[in-house]
Design a protein. Structure first.
Length: 256
């Protein structure tokens, strides 16, 4: 593998392409041992540099896929990626002209968001702002992937970080994405994220910070309860079950 690590520095783009393909094969599916083996030969700096500088689309595609495989590995390996400027690449790629690259980018960010110790780095960048924008105006598959990012963020963020997201109309976007006319997959993940937000609201209640769940209150203030009530007539049983449970758990008075 050390020979491959040397060849990645070749000036021959054909050789670089084949080397990247090999590293992708080795690190496929983010197996920790294989990812570690790839990282330990020192290819991360060169791979990120290729993403920043190459004009060869095939090399860029393979380099990004390799970084994605590494992002499935340990938190330590992800940190190495970030130290070499990978967040800037993600920030640019989430606005890519191609749907495939935007979707892949969301998938990689989602993996980073699953690591609690790395979450502050996402908040310090513009990535989450762009993610919330993608949730409301992109192709369906990309919007769903972007919503999964926020779902992972909410599993790990503190209340102060959540408030940063709230300032970007997160609840309003989720409610619009939960309207009856939307595809089931988008409604489904939007309800999951709403539940996590409301759960955070309940933790504030338990801490004595508020007398009411502040996020339930926000939903009523923008008539979001009307959107949610309509979902009780949704023909999909999963959506129906989720909305009934949402009302049971987080709405303390009759809104039907």
């Amino acid at each position: 593998m050390s020979i491959l690590a040397q060849l990645i520095h070749s000036s021959d783009e054909g050789i670089v392409e084949h080397v990247l393909w090999c590293f992708n094969y080795i690190s496929e599916e983010g197996d920790n041992e294989r990812v570690a083996a790839v990282c330990n030969v020192g290819v991360i700096p060169k791979t990120v540099k290729l993403l920043l500088k190459t004009k060869n689309e095939r090399i860029a595609e393979l380099a990004f896929k390799l970084c994605g495989n590494i992002a499935l590995g340990s938190c330590e390996k992800i940190e190495i990626l970030l130290e070499h400027g990978f967040l800037n690449i993600l920030s640019n790629n989430i606005e890519s002209r191609t749907k495939r690259r935007r979707k892949e980018t969301c998938w990689v960010i989602c993996n980073i968001a699953a690591e609690k110790v790395l979450l502050e780095k996402l908040f310090q960048s513009d990535i989450l702002t762009k993610t919330i924008s993608v949730m409301q105006k992109d192709d369906l598959e990309v919007r769903i992937e972007a919503t999964h990012i926020i779902k992972n963020v909410l599993d790990n963020c503190d209340n102060e970080q959540l408030e940063q997201l709230m300032k970007r109309d997160l609840i309003g976007i989720l409610l619009r994405n939960s309207e009856m006319h939307n595809p089931v997959a988008l409604i489904d993940v939007s309800l999951d994220v709403l539940r996590k937000i409301l759960h955070h609201g309940n933790t504030l209640l338990e801490a004595g910070s508020h007398k009411l769940n502040v996020y339930t209150k926000q939903i009523f203030e923008i008539n979001g309860n009307v959107v949610l009530e309509k979902l009780q007539k949704h023909p999909n049983p999963t959506i129906y079950d989720k909305i009934v449970k949402l009302f049971d758990d987080y709405f303390t008075f009759d809104v039907v």
